[in-house]
Design a protein around this ligand. Sequence first.
Ligand code: UD1
Ligand code: MG
Length: 448
Amino acid sequence: MVAVAILAAGKGTRMKSELPKVLHKLGAKTLVERVLDSCQLLQPTKQLIIVGYQADQVKQSFSLDPKIEFVDQTEQLGTGHAIQQLIPYLKGFKGDLLVLNGDVPLLRNESLQTLLQIHKKNQNDATLLTAQLPNPKGYGRVFCDGNNYVTQIVEDRDCRDAQKQNNRVNGGIYCFNWEKLAQILPNLSADNDQKEYYLTDVVHFLDKVMAVDVDDYLEISGINDRLQLASAYEILQMRVKNYWMKEGVTMINPDTITIEDTVKFESDVIIEPQTHLRGNTTIAKGSKIGPGCLINNSNIGENVTVIYSVISDSEINSHTTVGPFAHLRGEAKIGQSCRIGNFVEVKKSTIGDQTNVAHLTYLGDAILANHVNIGAGTITANYDGVNKHQTYIGKGTKTGANSVLVAPITLGENVTVGAGSTITKDVEDNALVVARNKQKVIPNWNNK
Ligand code: UD1
Ligand code: MG
């Protein structure tokens, strides 16, 4: 039986932020969400989050998850003090307690599994994840005997010069025999540089405390300031991109590309430089995205091409080309084999198959059938200052350059709209409609 407790009560002074540290985002998710995710496969019987600084805000960020219990640490007197607050919540609990630092977001589930296995196999009182860091500055240093049993943990700021040479650090991830820990928790004191109750001091009161080195030291990267937040983002990006490249996605100049870990690809997708893919985006086989695209929460079908464009909350079907410089947003649904071209904005509109919207157009709240051709500069005037209205355009209809379609309006099938027309009334199938002043020519005007 495993209970999990996440330390998330600290302010995160070094972030210099109004937002509690654990609510800072690393890609699509907050630090503490990532920490919580890392332990889900262990199916913990209890999930406790210790909150304090701006507790309401932290609680709210999890308001939809009924499995989580919050533990208030009203004064933040250190990590040991935070764990002392668990005592009433774990009365009678007889299993192991996994403690996770809310600011260590890159941990893999496999590493937690290994930690638990070693903890159980050796019947330790406590087992902690450690790593040998090239630059251990800022981390607590872990001192062990020859068998990996921990003799002491000294915080960076409490270290003597000689102790600072030890590059084996505490990752802030621990597994405890809860009954033993609960007994000795009251023994902690705040006798150190920060005058805080350190959780790491439990080492002095427990018998068998073992250190286990994590496979990849990057996993225990702690986030205490914005520099560490930026490096963690790079590590996460490297992980995500390496994974997808191995799955058959080509990335040209991957250093210039960012991909959130919520995005999914089929094989043979090509991502060109300066492209950023976010949210629940999916990209199907054979599509080529970029250079210079931002795509958020959108589904891109097979063999689609997108160049220098911004797409959010939208869907694009196979063999369609988008851009350069198109903006599709708010549930734009584009059919198959369409062309959405230069300087075109499409909002909350559905566009049929083989329809072209090639230049300088705004389509808002519109439904276009198949085989429509929208001329350059066509605008749906969908907003009357108070409400938004719909435009319907039937199959095979063509609008001339610089047409304004004042919604609500329906153009039938195979309609032709003359260039420069402002259309305010519905048009029947197969009609030509022209709504502009007749050209007037006054000869010899300049000879007067
Ligand atoms: C801590 C460890 C250090 C380890 C490092 C790993 C201690 C004393 N030190 O140091 O050995 O190398 O993590 O990243 O534990 N928190 C509370 N209540 C408090 C104080 C902190 O919940 O009263 C939470 C913070 O929100 C944070 C976590 O505990 O999520 C760690 O606190 P932090 O101040 O970042 O500790 P470090 O100095 O990083
Ligand atoms: Mg920290």
